[in-house]
Design a protein around this ligand. Structure first.
Ligand SMILES: Nc1ncnc2c1ncn2[C@@H]1O[C@H](COP(=O)(O)OP(=O)(O)OP(=O)(O)O)[C@@H](O)[C@H]1O
Length: 704
């Protein structure tokens, strides 16, 4: 409907066409005729665009009507996808522009304005230089030495503002790119690091694969591309307008108009033949991200890979990633090559010939109102016109080339804005992840559709809460248990039964699909995993994480207190060994697994929360240290929730939550009777395990 309203009625259109010649003749000067003709072309263009938009809209309507039953033709769908500089691109770009230029008083807008002032200044200076050039050559041809010398002095004088302006332009462009990047990075960091989005994006959603690459590389490329595009478009457009206006004064508006028409037509053909560079760029960035990710994975797990001698397998994966990327880049290179040949031929040679023809107009045709036609005048006007024409065609060429740059910008725009959209979506609680097949059963699907209730209270209480993994696997249908202060809870069960998942729900990382979860505020629960997280920073920061030194001081804790905490877990010597509290190291490399677990326990004692979740966090320490840790935690009044297979830990807990790995569980008191039962179960399991080699031995005997 919107497209229809843009079209004039057939009657108005016919009337308009009839009146065109009469209106043209009413214009007396060359300039007003040129302006008039340009307006007519613009009008025709608008009508043409409106018609094609209307056609596209009706085709879309027809397709929507056709889709149920017959199925849409995929060719048309891909065809539409190929047009990347579409409404969606502009909508996304506007959204990003609002972030990078947040208001009328922003620094970015001020930079943009002063950039524009320098752009205008440079065009005016170039115009003056073109005229000066003509005058200089003319005075040479006429043999006027004094005029020539004066011209030369002016020429050198103009060099000062011209060179300053040029440097200012590149300075502004770089500064703008930097500003855009800073705004966008700040905006993304604020979103990405709030509401645990960095976790949900990678664990609960499949849409964004390499957030790191998006934030570090793609945002920089987008900012660069946007800053470049402004100077690559604003300046040539301005140049074209000013030079064409000046040219029309000496070669006549009609000549210029017909030349513009031919140029327009060839430009349209070129545009139609331009491959979708935007999509190529987006794909390339994605493949680059995947390749980088594979390398950073190798660095993260270098020790494990080295111990497995897994370098050949890793090399295969890396080579595959690299060749996929290079295959794509080569494809783009080939397309760019053919496109470059066409572009050069049309822009440099075809349009150059047209320009020469235009410059010859004042020589062969007497233009009314243009003074003098002797040798000197002709030379002056030819030199000036040719220079202006070269600059104007160069400007037009740059506008044409910028189409390619716009498509590249479209690629980055699409990646960055998709990233922001997915963040919004995920923060609104909507995830997209490949589900396991069991998620399709009606019961499980019903669970996935539901949402439970989360309330705050002094204790932990789960009532009929399902445990569901991010890929839709229902591990436990309805879990109920509670932990009151002082009720230390032991959680046991086979691998993958959902023990850690329970904590992910408690920590608010995974959605609650049903029932009710009551839990204390976030700062009252502290989590210690099997592989403790050691941040970048000083040794002190490892103990007080996630607090900073200011929070530590606010709490009235000193380095001596930290020293005392370390002495509980018997690692106070590391302070001296590692070069003091302020020494910075890659702590995961310099501390052994057991030391890292002790640092994590020290962290727990520093924070002394109401509840602590200990997820296999003492697996690498001796039984003696484990006892010290548990005694100290209890002394500090911390209620413990432990996941562990270690029998030695049973004595520290008075409740047990036991999963069977089949979706069932028992929540009961961990008294002497239960301990005996667990002992029996464990012994039976050990016996079964011990029987396995015997069976293997028997098979070997039989087959021998
Ligand atoms: N981010 C994730 N995406 C998909 N599935 C997941 C994710 N995290 C965990 N799971 C799945 O959820 C199930 C339960 O995992 P969980 O970590 O709770 O096991 P666990 O009982 O703690 O096992 P373990 O004793 O081996 O640590 C497993 O099948 C696991 O594969």
């Amino acid at each position: 409907m919107a497209a229809q309203s843009k079209l004039p009625s057939e009657r108005t259109f016919k009337k308009l066409v009839k009146e065109l010649p009469a209106l043209y003749l009413q214009h007396r000067t060359k300039i007003s005729r040129a302006v008039y003709l340009t307006l007519v072309v613009a009008l025709i263009n608008r009508i043409r665009n409106a018609i094609s938009e209307q056609k596209a809209a009706s085709a879309r309507q027809a397709e929507t009507r056709k889709r149920p039953g017959t199925g849409a033709s995929s060719g048309e769908a891909t065809g539409r996808k190929k047009v990347e500089i579409n409404r969606e691109f502009f909508r996304n770009l506007m959204k990003l522009l609002k972030i990078v230029i947040p208001g009328w008083r922003s620094k970015e807008l001020r930079l943009l304005i002063s950039h524009s002032v320098f752009l205008v200044l440079r065009t005016l200076l170039s115009l003056y230089v073109a005229e000066l050039d003509g005058r200089l050559v003319s005075s040479l041809v006429r043999g006027k030495g004094k005029d020539f010398l004066t011209g030369l002095i002016w020429w050198m004088t103009m060099a000062v503002p011209a060179t300053f302006t040029n440097s200012m332009l590149s300075y502004h462009q770089c500064k703008l790119s930097l500003q855009y990047r800073t705004r966008l990075t700040n905006y993304i960091h604020n979103k990405y690091l709030s509401h645990m989005t960095f976790y949900t994006l990678s664990a609960l959603d499949d849409r964004i694969k390499n957030a790191d690459q998006l934030i570090t590389v793609d945002v920089a490329k987008f900012s660069n591309s946007l800053a470049e595009l402004y100077s690559n478009i604003a300046k040539p457009v301005l140049d074209m307008a000013i030079y064409n206006y000046s040219l029309s004064r000496s070669v006549g508006g009609e000549g210029l108009f017909f030349m513009s028409l031919i140029v327009q037509l060839s430009a349209s053909v070129m545009r139609a033949l331009t491959p979708p560079f935007g999509k190529y760029v987006a794909d390339e960035a994605r493949l680059e991200g995947e390749f980088r990710f594979q390398h950073s994975r190798l660095i993260d797990y270098s020790e494990e890979v080295a111990l497995y001698h897994g370098h050949e397998a890793e090399k295969d994966t890396l080579d595959k990633g690299y060749f996929t990327l290079i295959k794509h880049v080569n494809r783009i290179l080939r397309r760019r090559f053919y496109h470059g040949v066409m572009e050069d031929f049309v822009i440099k040679y075809f349009w150059g010939a047209l320009g020469l023809m235009l410059c010859s107009v004042p020589v062969f045709v007497k233009i009314p109102g243009v003074a003098g036609n002797n040798m000197g005048d002709r030379t002056e006007s030819f030199v000036t016109n040719r220079r202006m024409l070269l600059m104007s065609s160069d400007a037009f060429g740059r506008v044409m080339f910028s189409y390619k740059e716009i498509t590249e910008l479209a690629g980055y725009t699409s990646r960055v804005s998709t990233f922001l959209d997915v963040i919004d979506d995920v923060q609104a609680g909507h995830f997209e992840k490949n589900l396991v097949s069991s998620a399709d059963t009606e019961d499980n699907a019903a669970i996935l559709r539901n949402r439970g209730k989360i309330t705050e209270g002094p204790d932990i209480d789960f009532v009929d809460v399902p445990i569901v993994s991010p890929n839709g696997d229902v591990l436990v249908r309805a879990l109920s248990f509670s932990v009151k202060p002082g009720d230390h809870l032991l959680i046991v069960g086979p691998n993958g039964c959902g023990k850690s998942s329970l904590f992910r729900i408690l920590g608010g990382l995974w959605p609650v699909y049903g029932g009710t979860v009551r839990k204390p505020p976030f700062e009252d629960i502290f989590y210690i995993p099997q592989r403790p997280y050691l941040s970048r920073g000083t040794l002190r920061q490892q103990i007080i994480y996630p607090d900073g030194i200011r929070e530590m001081r606010d709490k009235g804790i000193t380095d001596n207190d930290l020293h005392r905490i370390l002495s509980v877990v018997e690692i106070e010597s590391i302070v001296e060994r590692q070069g003091g509290w302020d020494s910075e190291q890659e702590w995961t490399d310099v501390l052994s697994g057991g030391l890292q677990q002790r640092v994590a326990m020290a962290r727990l004692f520093y924070h002394a929360p109401k509840y602590a979740i200990l997820d296999e966090c003492t697996s690498s320490v001796t039984l003696e240290i484990e006892r010290v840790m548990y005694d100290e935690a209890k002394r500090l009044g911390i209620t413990l929730m432990t996941v562990s297979h270690r029998r030695s830990l049973w004595q520290y807990h008075n409740n047990i939550l036991q999963f069977d790995g089949q979706g069932h569980y028992i929540f009961t008191k961990l008294d002497a009777e239960k301990r005996l039962q667990l002992e029996d179960e464990k012994e039976e399991l050990d016996l079964q395990l011990r029987a396995v080699p015997n069976i293997e031995q028997r098979i070997a005997e039989l087959t021998a």
